[in-house]
Design a protein around this ligand. Sequence first.
Ligand code: PLP
Length: 398
Amino acid sequence: STLFDSVELAPRDPILGLNEQYNADTRPGKVNLGVGVYYDDNGRIPLLAAVRKAETARIEAAAARGYLPIEGIPGYNKGAQALLLGADSPLAAAGRVLTVQALGGTGALKIGADFLRQLLPGAKAYISDPSWENHRALFERAGFTVENYAYYDAATRGLNFDGMLAALQAMPAQSVVVLHACCHNPTGVDPTPEQWKQIAAVVKERGLVPFLDIAYQGFGAGLQEDAEVVRLFAGMDITMLVSSSFSKSFSLYGERVGALTVIAGNKDEATRVLSQLKRVIRTNYSNPPTHGGTVVSSVLNSPELFALWEEELAGMRDRIRLMRAQLVEKIKAAGATQDFSFVLKQRGMFSYSGLNAAQVDRLREEHGVYAVGSGRICVAALNSGNIDKVAKAIAAVL
Ligand code: PLP
């Protein structure tokens, strides 16, 4: 037998598999709502003007491409931290907060998971039911046993808040609990500010270890508003981890721009935690890449570029809202009796449409409209050219 004889074929990533199917579809007018990417009204991934300006300046500066520090660009980390906690965080001033540049939100989660696994070898990790499809695999890969906590309520198309609280209350102390800080993927359903207060109280009382995942900051209500949950936990003096992704907010998917932030109990703890995170990074990929980080850092640290970015981000957020409103209206206009107004309450790039697997199959087969089997659709992939078709197709399969 040969060396790799016993290697099994790993299952395909379900969403990437869907993309392959979409690409192979020769029907004109096909629509891919299975993606996790923001497209503009022309169906293209935008290159933000703030990004282009920062990139142009970088190219013109013809800077050498030496290694970055293990933890990344200081200005990037400071900027990422300020986005989460605000510019004048007392915790940051006390030296209790540390941030490291990471390879996207995924990289931040992985560094954090590896670190926590060593720190808490007996702890389980808990993710929402449902959650971003990589959460489970990523924490399992880091060595955790992963369980779900109740989250989505299919009956109300909203949050199963009682179920969620009960699950949190039943978790052993020091369990790692992954929480979507805003714009829940895949459902689009977020707790209300009042519910978050109760969640945070249970997390604190039970001594849980929150790992806040914020991959869509700016796509909910605004950059500052979407960080409220992080600030709530921080204000309650809860020690925690936060993974930030700038993939969507800067439209820089392939540059792998993210950050891991840790709020420690005191300054000395923060120093020691940072040293351990650097060890995880050093033994995995040594140090982060320069380009995306430099661009994001330039934008975050220039008042002019920051203002431009915030405006462009608001444009993306408003366009998604418009698509939500039009989708609801147009499904109704197409004759559907079922009320879709829940889509307006959902936030971020996604919507759990409530369509079942058979309806999703019919959407694809009969109408060339691709959605995830769970019924998740990417509202950010709708545009003025495809929304009529999508609304009619949805009404037709109900
Ligand atoms: N966390 C959530 C909830 C996400 O939806 C995503 C991306 O889709 C990520 C993390 C990972 O982001 P990145 O592409 O920056 O690795």
